[in-house]
Design a protein around this ligand. Sequence first.
Ligand SMILES: O=C(O)CCC(=O)C(=O)O
Ligand SMILES: [Fe+2]
Length: 266
Amino acid sequence: MAARVESLSSSGIQSIPKEYVRPQEELTSIGNVFEEEKKEEGPQVPTIDLQEMYSDDEVRVKKAGQAFFDLPVEEKERYANDQASGKIQGYGSKLANNASGQLEWEDYFFHLIFPEEKRDLSVWPKTPIDYTCPQPELALGVEAHTDISALTFILHNMVPGLQLFYQGKWVTAKCVPNSIIMHIGDTIEILSNGKYKSILHRGLVNKEKVRISWAVFFEPPKEKIILKPLPEVVTEAEPAQFPPRTFAQHIEHKLFRKSQEALLSK
Ligand SMILES: O=C(O)CCC(=O)C(=O)O
Ligand SMILES: [Fe+2]
């Protein structure tokens, strides 16, 4: 089992274990996230005012996650997941499913909430979290990836870290008070035949503040629906870019590609 980042973080280490140090070509793009967040030039994440849509779900999700991560590590271990045996829900420390052995500076909690009959309350509650890191310029909280979801909604604790890859550059999402960051995942990209792009994103860590984010994923059922570009967006000039697949097949395909890439880069 991977070490808990929280335990590493509080152990007083001055340098991070080598599994957490990102490959050289990635390090050139990792900067100080507080500086990055201040940048005003270049593309920015657009903000939409949703004041009229207030609900207290956000507060409840945040409270549950915070309460879970406030528990001692030993207590949290009771809810540990086991990716290798397919039990992906629960407390874990290796979010990216890569075969390279590369680790990320974060612990998380993953929980399926809807549909209700699939909700397993024995793994309650949920949150991804990043801990402060002695060498933040060498590590990533969450490595670059696109989400498999249709849409992802990310609540945050006002500590910057999320970056989006847009027009060839990493753009840091500014922490707007009471905002929810929404991004598009692979499912919408497939349905829209690539008109909406699944955004590549990652999470930076820093030395000063613990970053907590609560990511809520909206995903299609694993087998029930065949994902493919909607007929309305397929024309002779713009043929379907994505072969039909179930959500489960899409996940398989993505994991397989990742493990192939990792083998090639060895
Ligand atoms: O750290 C974050 O806010 C992003 C988390 C994320 O990208 C994910 O869990 O898919
Ligand atoms: Fe993500």
